[in-house]
Design a protein around this ligand. Structure first.
Ligand code: SF4
Length: 344
């Protein structure tokens, strides 16, 4: 039984900063020598060579189902239609979804099947289509969303990303993305290097966030439905890590400089040490303390964030991690790939 996280919201208000937007798109040629994420590792994915993200050009998905544990504007009561993509360009040591992000679990599907998943989630009553870590499959995602739209899919598209994106991918996905649900994990290149092997993360995430803000503004700015669901906007997520609140404070300051109250901010305390972190010991082997979390929330208040989502006590749980069992993925052309995750 999955536990429901308790979200709180601090105050309300709307404000959008002014930034420009350019139109771009991506073709499947991007898989020839891949530069779809800031690693730009150049993998010949189309020829079957996986990149640092672990993926070739074969689209892989691990789960497509209603998801109830995102922020209230995303999940609401009805649930978000979450589609979890296999692989990930970041290699976070504390990853909660490592079975799919680093273990490669998932099933190979085509664009048509991905579009069909979106239509099926719409039929199930999803509030939106929530694409979880889609950037390394951006050409497929663009094609599938266009196809789903042609076939009657009318839900907002949420891009649920680590924030480690190239400007090219953000600009291209802006064609179809209504809501950016983006992490901002680190302000320190040293910490980003130590925990995700990506010292360029702060710079990449900053540039990506500025483009996301511009994309939303160009479409008319933040919007929500009468039921409170976000129809268009940016939510910046930050997961507080134990022992690293100084960096969390710097993250909030950086987000404030870039987006101000044009974005919602979500400060999360749900960090749960995975087996790797428990085994390694040190700060990442424990949860975030009440005082650590409060320090970061206080900084958010002091900066002036008007829409700040936060999590009430008792949310530290592996129950946030959905079961990766190919729910909603398998169609007539799909086949299981990789090792199935171990039972929790
Ligand atoms: S998306 Fe994957 S293959 Fe492409 S540059 Fe990033 S890590 Fe390399």
């Amino acid at each position: 039984m999955l536990a429901s996280p308790a979200w709180g919201r601090r105050l309300a208000g709307i404000g959008i900063g002014a930034r420009g937007r350019e139109a771009h798109t991506l073709s499947f040629d991007a898989y020839e020598a891949c530069g779809l994420c800031p690693r730009r590792c150049g993998a010949a994915r189309a020829a079957g060579a996986p990149g640092v993200c672990g993926m070739t050009s074969s689209l892989k998905v691990a789960r497509a189902a209603l998801h109830y544990w995102e922020e209230p504007p995303i999940s609401g009561e009805a649930g978000s239609g979450a589609i979890f993509f296999s692989g990930c360009p970041l290699r976070c040591v504390f990853c909660q979804n490592h079975e799919i992000s680093q273990g490669g679990f998932g099933a190979e599907v085509g664009c048509e099947r991905l579009a069909q998943m979106m239509l099926e989630l719409q039929a199930q009553g999803a509030l939106n289509i929530n694409l979880v870590t889609p950037g390394h499959f951006a050409p497929h995602v663009l094609a599938a969303v266009r196809l789903a739209r042609e076939q009657g899919m009318g839900l907002p598209i949420v891009c649920n990303t680590s924030g480690y994106e190239t400007p090219e991918v953000v600009r291209a996905l802006s064609e179809v993305v209504d809501v950016w649900l983006t992490d901002f994990k680190y302000a320190s290149p040293e910490l980003a290097g130590a925990l995700s092997g990506a010292p360029d993360y702060p710079e990449a995430a900053s540039d990506a966030l500025a483009l996301m803000m511009g994309s939303v503004e160009a479409k008319g700015g933040r919007a929500e439905g009468e039921d409170g669901r976000m129809l268009r906007g940016v939510i910046v997520r930050h997961l507080v890590l134990p022992g690293h609140t100084d960096d969390s404070v710097e993250v909030l300051r950086r987000v404030w400089e870039i987006a101000g109250n044009g974005c919602d901010i979500s400060v999360m305390n749900q960090y749960t040490p995975n087996e790797r972190c428990r085994t390694a010991g040190g700060e990442l082997a424990r949860g975030v303390t009440h005082d650590e979390y409060e320090r970061v929330l206080d900084e958010g208040d002091d900066l002036g964030f008007e829409r700040m989502w936060w999590q009430e006590g008792g949310t530290v749980s592996e129950s946030f991690v959905p079961g990766f069992d190919l729910t909603g993925v398998l169609g007539p052309d799909a086949s299981p790939q990789g090792e199935p995750p171990e039972e929790a």
